[in-house]
Design a protein around this ligand. Structure first.
Ligand SMILES: [Zn+2]
Length: 332
């Protein structure tokens, strides 16, 4: 794994106060890290991690993963800062999938993936951190395995990952940008789970020192993108879209629960360098692809000639066009 250099942000002192005994600790941001937010699950942490790793390794091996160490190190550095300021009890890693769609997903065991489309769409580091904070909320709550039975676990662990199982029932989702399926249970969460990941994510974003309003910035981006180009945001992402209700509850949380700070981190020069680097990599790849397509010989297939005649059809001889036989004339 890449060496994590100094965190982009310093945890400001006003985010650290003693954890008071609040009736509902989920509301007490000073207790972040001491709270038990994980949902009950029959699947143990080591089993969930092994399952997530199986899918994550398959994704890592696919050609669709962005292999640039500078970009992945940066995204992981932003995530480490969020994870350290969260209730997640397991290490979290982030992979980057090369796909133009705005999307992110969380596998069991703390394996998060974000698309390059998302890295290009966000305006600043705080917005990227907001998406990662939401996904970290899913990790902390163990949503991916919350409703999983032991039978599901066995099934997901034995499904071959090397083909597109189009015939598999709906519990498998073909992951955008990858040609294989990831169980839908890891991609699609319930309305309540999305709400919970928002609720915790905003707190993690705040505690890590970022402007919590960045959450709303990402939401409005998704809404705008879907409005201007319907279908551009994957349906899995839009199943629980950033609705008005979600936006209002985040606004209220920022206003009522989060202590105000003098300064918030919005962006860093690293973010803009990474975004520029990503643009350059993707442009270069597009040019190589275009050149490869230009140099490819174009094969023109000759249309087979068919004619509705009653007589026998002669087989084509070498390259000559086929000669159609005529019905024999009567001799009289
Ligand atoms: Zn979510």
């Amino acid at each position: 794994m890449a060496v994590i250099s100094a965190a982009a942000t310093v945890n400001p002192p006003d985010a650290v106060r003693p954890c008071r005994k609040a009736p509902n600790k989920m509301d007490d941001v000073y207790c972040i890290g001491h709270r038990r937010v994980a949902r009950r699950s029959l699947i143990s942490i080591p089993k969930a991690t092994a399952l997530g790793r199986r899918y994550a390794e398959r994704i890592d091996r696919s050609s669709k993963i962005l292999k640039d160490p500078v970009i992945t190190e940066y995204v992981n550095r932003v995530e480490q800062n969020i994870a350290e300021n969260s209730d997640a009890k397991i290490p979290v890693t982030v992979g980057v999938i090369q796909s133009p769609q705005i999307n992110a997903m969380t596998l069991p065991g703390g394996f998060i993936f974000v698309n390059t489309g998302l890295l290009q769409a966000v305006n600043n580091e705080a917005e990227l951190a907001a998406v990662l904070a939401h996904e970290t909320g899913h990790v902390a709550c163990r949503h991916a395995v919350a409703n999983m039975t032991r039978r599901d676990l066995l099934q997901y662990a034995t499904i071959p990952l090397l083909f597109i199982p189009m015939s598999y029932p709906v519990y498998l989702g073909i992951t955008q940008g990858l040609n294989f399926a990831v169980p839908l249970a890891f991609l699609k969460y319930s309305r309540d789970e999305e709400h919970e990941a928002d609720f915790l994510g905003v707190q993690y974003l705040w505690k890590a020192g970022y402007d919590p309003n960045a959450f709303l910035g990402v939401f409005s981006k998704i809404i705008q993108r879907e409005r201007s180009a319907p279908g551009s945001v994957p349906s899995i992402f839009m199943d629980h879209p950033p609705t008005k209700a979600r936006i209002i509850s985040i606004e209220q949380e920022i206003k009522n629960l989060l202590p105000r700070r003098k300064d918030y981190l919005v962006s860093t020069s690293d973010f803009h360098r990474v975004q520029e680097r990503l643009d350059n990599i993707l442009n270069r790849e597009n040019q190589v692809q275009l050149a490869a397509n230009k140099n490819k010989p174009t094969l023109i297939r000759r249309e087979p000639k068919t004619a509705k005649v009653n007589g026998p059809v002669q087989q084509p001889e070498n390259d000559k066009p086929p000669i159609l036989g005529k019905p024999p004339k009567s001799s009289s």
